[in-house]
Ligand binder design. Sequence first.
Ligand SMILES: Nc1nc2c(ncn2[C@@H]2O[C@H](COP(=O)(O)OP(=O)(O)OP(=O)(O)O)[C@@H](O)[C@H]2O)c(=O)[nH]1
Ligand SMILES: [Mg+2]
Length: 384
Amino acid sequence: MQSKEREQHIAVFGESGSGKTVMVSSFYGAMQEPQYLQKSLFHLVADDIGQGARLHRNYLGMRNSAQLPGPTRFSATSYSFSVKLKDGADAKGVKAKPFDALRLVWHDYPGEWLEEDVSGPEEAQRRVDTFKSLLGSDVALLLVDGQRLLDNSGEEERYLKSVLGNVRNGLLSLKDDLLDDGKPLVAFPRIWIMALSKSDLLPDLDVFKLRDPIIEKACDDVEELRRVIAGLVEAGDALSVGEDFVLLSSAKFAAGEIEVTERIGLELILPLAAMLPFERHLRWAQAKLIPGKVGEQLLVRARGLAVATALLSGKAKLPGPIGMMLHLVDLKVVDEAAKLAGDKLREINAEALAQRDYLRAALTRFQMDLEKGEEEQTFLRSRR
Ligand SMILES: Nc1nc2c(ncn2[C@@H]2O[C@H](COP(=O)(O)OP(=O)(O)OP(=O)(O)O)[C@@H](O)[C@H]2O)c(=O)[nH]1
Ligand SMILES: [Mg+2]
């Protein structure tokens, strides 16, 4: 139970060929490079050794011989990664390390599950089971394929509408199976980020140029998707659907070469999964968009992170077992910590580094990465 509270799940939706497998391979593979291992505050370890090896092999195949992983057919995969902090001085005592391992579970949904009908009852059941793993995710990335956007140049509207429509229909068709007795869900991704994959193909595009056509040409479809999701969850106003945007690219693809070091936005995935739900849940609670009970459940889900964020401000100490800690964190403190930004954030990050307090350093780093993404206009955060 406790370890669950420290897991953040991210669900990645994208049509067949939109770049999901390449992305998870590049995300994981790059973190195994020596430069990264040396300078990073944490290590990313695949919980399943065989799976980690396959991802790493995919990555090396791209890097060394421009070889691409094959398409994923009719089987969804979940990758579980542990974020292991480097050992630091840890002034607060070795026992008290709540984020020794923060876990990221990455759900990769095969594209054709949203586009085609299943081939039989067995596959139908598998699809339902897989979608149930969605219930553990706070954040979903909805991929807009940069290549298809280019192919549909002048008719972007048609493509964008079909992406949004497929997800909407996919969720609608599964609704009865996802809900027990029609009871709305508390835990379901409430943050649906529009993510442009293969953005290396559109070098002149910033995140605003991704947002604008979506708003201009497909806002009805975004609204429809939002309505469908609202129909699945309790407190349907507490949603961010199509309000956050990010540009992603797993590598730069040239003739016969894949430059895996030229990536865009992949460094934001972990911070998005770790920080965004917490920040957003808090905001919804304050705006009274979520009734007390649901709000509490949501915050408990994010609370592992809440504790960590409170630690960032230096206000919460870790006196006893983590379990106790989880209940001690007072929302006001957490709230203050969540608002850490700019110079103050950098100051605390530097201080944490100096003290070799790698937990605080890593989490402040996440916040800084998100701010940097906003500055560079590869990430646009909902202000709601
Ligand atoms: N330019 C560019 N091309 C990419 C990028 N990522 C993937 N591609 C191309 O897109 C193809 C499909 O990528 P995959 O990752 O296999 O797609 P997928 O989403 O896993 O597809 P399914 O497994 O069929 O659902 C790759 O073979 C590459 O040619 C990227 O970041 N930039
Ligand atoms: Mg795939």
